[in-house]
Design a protein around this ligand. Structure first.
Ligand code: R5P
Length: 291
């Protein structure tokens, strides 16, 4: 207990300096609670307002994907170079060292695999996400798909539960089988996620991506998709940043690259420093021979 007697009297009130009331740097996030903002500020760099997430949750529907056969050997060494990791609780507990000190976007929904019908998913318990110190709850949302209702309920449930504990939700837009991956569809899917409470949305690049980003009231992170030549992937990332994305959440374009660390560093230069794709690719070429 502090001493009651002999304390120094307060004199430094700085009455001529008004206390600052600053807005939060992230789009659409100003009205969130402190814990949510703290977690988002661990994911998104407050200086650039952007993030480079490393996704390696593919095994939850695909099994041992190329590049993820031995995540202890291929993924763990990459983690220090990412701003945030996106993975399942299984990978987190069995392979990811608890000393990494990186925010975790936890795969919070799960269900059917590529062997059956995708997107028939459920969510885990919020206590499990709290126990694992998740910074973001990643939930698949299949707008326009047979499982739209199921996945929308999962999103709603995650937002409700995450809000109780101050953990934001990432709406991951799945593409329905009969849906074109165009700005009309993606802007609808992203907007539906945001309107139903997602704090961040992950979606694909398309022609007219600027309209997708502009009409989504919360930050969008770019999904990488299948492996592209490195220059093409860097060009896609740069275009998405120019057109309003707040970062990337990439997997295969990193861990299937001929040099994943070099690729991650090149992507970071595009995302955080607005490096041109050409310069970033030159960086990749140089680094791949050194690392
Ligand atoms: C998709 O739902 C998965 O959650 C992956 O995390 C996501 O597709 C990102 O990985 P990639 O860049 O390989 O598409």
């Amino acid at each position: 207990m502090a001493d009651a007697d002999g304390n120094k009297e307060s004199v430094e009130f700085h009455t001529n300096i008004p206390q600052k009331t600053e807005g939060f740097f992230l789009k659409g996030s100003n009205s969130l609670e402190w814990g949510m903002k703290d977690r988002l500020a661990r994911i998104f760099n407050p200086k650039s307002g952007r993030t480079v997430m490393l996704a390696f949750d593919h095994g939850y529907i695909m099994g041992p994907t190329s590049g993820l056969e031995r995540m202890d050997l291929t993924i763990v060494p990459l983690i220090e170079h990412a701003d945030c990791i996106m993975c399942t609780r299984g990978a987190l507990r069995s392979l990811v060292p608890p000393t990494i000190n990186k925010p975790v976007s936890l795969r919070y929904s799960a269900g059917t695999t590529v062997l059956t019908e995708l997107n028939d998913e459920c969510t885990m318990n919020i206590e499990e996400a709290v126990r694992l110190n998740a910074s973001l709850l990643a939930v698949m949302v299949a707008v326009g798909d047979k499982f739209e209702g199921v996945t929308m309920r999962n999103l709603t449930h995650a937002v409700d539960m995450g809000t109780r504990y101050g953990i934001p939700t990432l709406g991951v837009t799945a593409i329905g089988k009969d849906m074109a991956r165009d700005s009309r569809y993606l802007s609808m899917a992203a907007r539906v996620c945001a309107e139903n409470g997602a704090h961040v949305v992950k979606t694909y690049f398309c022609e007219g991506f600027d309209k997708v980003a502009a009409s989504c009231p919360v930050p969008i992170v770019l999904a990488g998709g299948k492996k592209l030549p490195e220059l093409d992937a860097l060009t896609m990332a740069a275009k998405a940043m120019d057109q309003g994305a707040c970062g990337v959440d990439m997997g295969r374009n990193v861990f299937q690259s001929e040099n994943p660390v070099a690729m991650l560093k090149a992507i970071k230069s595009v995302v955080h420093e607005n490096e041109t794709p050409k310069k970033a690719f030159e960086m990749f070429e140089t680094l791949k021979n050194e690392l």
